[in-house]
Design a binder for this molecule. Structure first.
Ligand code: ADP
Ligand code: TRP
Length: 344
């Protein structure tokens, strides 16, 4: 496996696969706190890889984040932090249109228009809404209508394909449903029906306790943690058994091996696997190797991040250029829709 972050500083020529050249990919990420390696392998890396395969529109879903976040300072800081981290992880603003959702307020108008054809039952069935209510998040209108706003995000930019995690699959179905209803009511060609890209091969990254890694479970390994913090997380939070150092170690369900595989070369991984089988190497050493592979893997991104943090004007510039480009596209779609529904 080659580290996709290694090439960050090299200007790669735009590489297009002919069958994908006209595809427009769009995805949004909520600015909901420190990014972890589950977010990286499940969402950020696939998005960064797709920017070379077509047109990419990527945004920070800060309107959506308001459904679960009440602090303005936190929302502002997280939005900024996500912009910095996404750029550090390889989002290339020469290739992808990158913007904050709220920089294109037109999306709210489209969400309203879509909501006029959106049956209540469709939203009532959404797992994400039910799951958030069960977690005690206030059942506001915004939380309920969240999928209609997400549909507007996608349809506003005439997106062909939307890379998302499995948890968002149902929201893509709602989007397609609403696009179809709009086309039935107002003209067959009003909206393209977007395809979800749900990578079954993107395995769920396990957390330090073996459950799915999630910021809500306290089991996450941050992408940009500091050295001491991450060493401590790996040492303290990955629970190992009492196999003596000289004995073979179990490999099934090993969290160390599962995480190491994400960062190490195949040769390094095979070596650790052999050491599990043969015995003679302790968990302390495996954890050290895991930390080192993690640290090395994210080195280019860490360096890029330090540069981005030192150039706040670069981030402002990327986001405002992205927003202008996104708004151009949004206003075209919105005029078409306004005409179709009788608002213009
Ligand atoms: P969290 O579970 O930490 O709250 P989010 O729900 O905000 O994470 O997820 C943001 C993106 O990261 C989604 O696309 C999701 O599919 C992806 N993601 C989150 N956790 C993981 C994981 N453990 N493995 C793979 N992808 C993940
Ligand atoms: N709901 C998505 C999430 O929580 C974020 C999101 C908002 C999104 N709008 C979108 C993703 C449009 C894809 C397309 O992860």
């Amino acid at each position: 496996m080659t580290n996709p972050l290694r090439n960050l500083f090299h200007d790669q020529p735009n590489f297009y696969e002919p069958n994908l050249i006209h595809m427009r990919f769009l995805t949004g990420l909520q600015p909901s706190g420190q990014l972890h390696i589950g977010n990286y392998f499940g969402a950020i890396l696939p998005a960064v890889q797709l920017q070379n395969k077509g047109e990419a529109f990527y945004f920070i879903a800060n309107y959506h984040a308001m459904t679960t976040m009440a602090s303005p300072d936190e929302l502002r800081a997280n939005t900024r932090a996500l912009a910095v981290d996404f750029l550090a992880c390889g989002l290339d603003p020469q290739k992808a249109v990158f913007f904050a959702q709220s920089a294109v307020p037109e999306v709210n108008e489209l969400a309203w228009i879509l909501s006029t054809v959106c049956p209540m039952g469709l939203l009532e069935r959404c797992h994400s809404y039910k799951e958030k209510m069960a977690r005690g998040i206030a059942a506001t209108h915004a939380l309920f209508a969240y999928p209609a706003l997400m549909a507007a995000d996608i349809l506003l930019y005439d997106s062909d394909a939307v890379p998302v995690g499995k948890d968002q699959k149902q929201h893509l179905e709602v989007t397609r449903d609403l696009a179809g209803k709009m086309n039935d009511a107002f003209g067959a060609d009003l909206f393209k029906l977007p395809e979800p890209i749900i990578s079954e091969s993107t395995a769920i990254v396990p957390g330090l306790d073996g459950q799915k890694m999630s910021k809500s479970y306290g089991n996450a390994l941050p992408i940009f943690g500091d050295e001491k913090e991450v060493r401590k997380l790996i040492n303290k939070k990955i629970v190992t058994d009492a196999t003596p150092l000289e004995d073979p170690k179990p490999t099934d369900g090993s969290i160390i091996l599962a995480l190491y595989k994400l960062f190490a070369s195949p040769m390094q991984y095979d070596r650790m696997l052999d050491q599990h089988h043969s015995g003679g190497v302790g968990y302390g050493q495996f954890k050290k190797d895991l930390f080192e592979a993690y640290w090395e893997y994210f080195r280019p991104a860490r360096e890029k991040r330090a540069w981005v943090l030192a150039h706040p004007e670069y981030v402002d510039d990327v986001l405002s250029t992205g927003a202008a480009r996104a708004r151009e596209e949004a206003s075209k779609t919105l005029s078409r829709v306004r005409r179709a529904v009788g608002l213009a």
